[in-house]
Design a protein around this ligand. Sequence first.
Ligand SMILES: Cc1cc2nc3c(=O)[nH]c(=O)nc-3n(C[C@H](O)[C@H](O)[C@H](O)COP(=O)(O)O)c2cc1C
Length: 370
Amino acid sequence: MADETPAIPLLTPYKMGKFSLSHRVVLAPLTRSRSFGNVPQPHAILYYSQRTSKGGLLIAEATGVSNTAQGYPETPGIWTKEQVEAWKPIVDAVHAKGGIFFCQIWHVGRLSNRDFQPNGQAPISSTDKPFNPQLQSSAIDVAHLTPSRRLGTDEIPQIVDDFRLAAKNAIEAGFDGVEIHGAHGYLIDQFTKDHVNDRTDQYGGSLENRFRFALEIVEAVANEIGADKVGIKLDPFGDYMESGDSNPEALGLYMAESLNKYGILYCHMVEPRINPALEKRETPHSLLPMRKAFRGTFLVVGGYDREEGNNAIAENRADLVVYGRLFLANPDLPRRFKLNAPLNKYNRDTFYTPDPVVGYTDYPFLEDTS
Ligand SMILES: Cc1cc2nc3c(=O)[nH]c(=O)nc-3n(C[C@H](O)[C@H](O)[C@H](O)COP(=O)(O)O)c2cc1C
């Protein structure tokens, strides 16, 4: 029998470049810390396929581009043959259910310590400034961060190339595209934001200089796999782990406008209302100027529920809405939104734990809840 009820805005189709999405509810990249030895594990097949719907877009958890890119326990990588092979059955499972799957490629920069680095070396960054000892984080052991080493200007092309190779590997693993992780205080953000970047070369100082590293990565990745397979996540208003900016509005606008030159598929931006602990805060800012400036698909994330997501689509403030914690706890989130069904609550205590089932693949589907 045909479904007579009109679709809510979130569940209307959308054409993202060559990808035909059947709805606009996107799985956020979510670090799950269950990729032992930096290799994706078979239990991720179930985790991602649980969250796949036909024509739905999924963004994989942050995935390291090289052996200097890691800063959390048991996060996946995509720089070795073994890692590429391990991703393949996970990607296949998502495709078998009709999902569209992007790999988020990542370098943590200074949010790391010697234990995660080859030969116990210092993590690399745009800077060698130490962190404020008062700094706190729910996901990072701040006390154990090792002071970073400032990258020499001549070393930067190698890091750009690591992103290019990671993107190439992601396509080899079967992913439909990549999302460059330029948000949340990691390496790209460490170059972009003036509270961190204290360089005096062509990668420091002006807005153009600070965003140069990001754009070089965008260009290299787009040249390697095609701009129609490239997205980027950005967080101009964020100040996670000291990575704030003195003029985030101007920065966000510059990001959106300068990306247009490369014709990439999408820009995924974090709402200014979300603070580093992922709680909502009062803000006079909005993403609207960036949404208007960027010519590709615009994704928003940060504290969205069903109603706010519907409003964002209906009011044309976004093309797609990305859900993190709600999708983590509700593998059938698009269906629950369709039925306006109650949602499972997420359990924060299991976010960054290594269990291959608990807090990972054991959130019930609608049919299972009494
Ligand atoms: C457990 C957890 C892991 C996360 N890991 C990542 C990540 O790997 N990459 C990323 O860009 N954002 C990551 N985030 C941020 C989410 O993608 C999203 O931006 C954030 O949760 C806000 O969306 P929400 O309010 O819908 O949860 C993570 C968030 C959580 C809760």
